[in-house]
Design a protein around this ligand. Structure first.
Ligand SMILES: Cc1cc2nc3c(=O)[nH]c(=O)nc-3n(C[C@H](O)[C@H](O)[C@H](O)COP(=O)(O)O)c2cc1C
Length: 207
């Protein structure tokens, strides 16, 4: 009887753990970039914009944006940015109104890491507060045995430009930001000592 009761309790716990995990996940659709503008047009239109409407991006927009930023573009797993020594040192997080999510590239799933609305922490002017999405690039100090901060900065720069070009091509506004407080993000995202936020980038529809 005791065994049966334990089994039932374990079963209930397993089910509730699963549903909590599922509740805190957003399964993104497969990226599908349609009606692409030419590279020439995207380059001509690339610019920083600091005003945003609060209109939400669709899950497909978000999936496309993350793919353009740092997604896999070849069967060998390599991505839309070049990286030193083939080492990918950055992870993408997405700050939405209901919390911050880590992007799991393999499954194209967003997993919630905090329910805090962190969008206003995008930068010193709090530009993200009025936008639907703040992309957050989290870097791994140890990726090149602690000797690759220049490589990591270049990788972040490539991601930043991909986001700029995607936004230029799909009529979205964006601003990349370096003026955030790294400790505030590290605490909210519960980052281990070797991880830090290297850039944030606010994205939204024009106002
Ligand atoms: C590494 C980096 C950090 C930046 N940080 C901020 C920032 O914190 N706040 C801001 O308003 N713009 C920031 N910017 C955007 C620049 O101000 C902008 O790119 C520059 O004025 C050139 O304008 P453009 O992007 O329209 O060509 C940053 C740009 C870079 C590359």
């Amino acid at each position: 009887m005791k065994k049966l009761l334990c089994g039932i309790i374990a079963g209930v716990c397993a089910v509730s753990a699963f549903s909590v995990a599922a509740e805190n996940e957003i399964k993104l659709p497969t990226p599908n970039l349609k009606n692409s503008v030419t590279l020439k047009t995207a380059l001509e239109k690339r610019k920083t914009s600091r005003t945003f409407s609060n209109k939400a991006l669709s899950e497909l927009d978000l999936s496309n944006l993350l793919w353009a930023a740092y997604g896999q573009n070849r069967p060998n797993g390599k991505r839309t940015v070049p990286v030193a020594r083939g080492i990918y040192a950055i992870e993408m997080y997405v700050a939405l109104s209901d919390g911050v999510y880590k992007h799991e590239l393999g499954d194209n799933v967003l997993k919630k890491v905090t329910a805090q609305d962190m969008r206003a922490e995008s930068d010193s002017r709090k530009m993200g507060a009025k936008a639907p999405v703040v992309l957050v690039m989290v870097a791994d100090k140890d990726a090149f045995d602690g000797k690759g901060s220049h490589y990591i900065a270049m990788e972040a720069g490539a991601i930043m430009q991909n986001i700029y070009l995607y936004c230029a091509g799909y009529n979205l506004n964006t601003v990349v930001c370096g003026s955030f407080k790294p400790q505030v993000w590290a605490k909210a995202l519960k980052l281990p000592a070797n991880k830090y936020v290297i850039l944030t980038q606010v994205v939204g529809c024009p106002r």
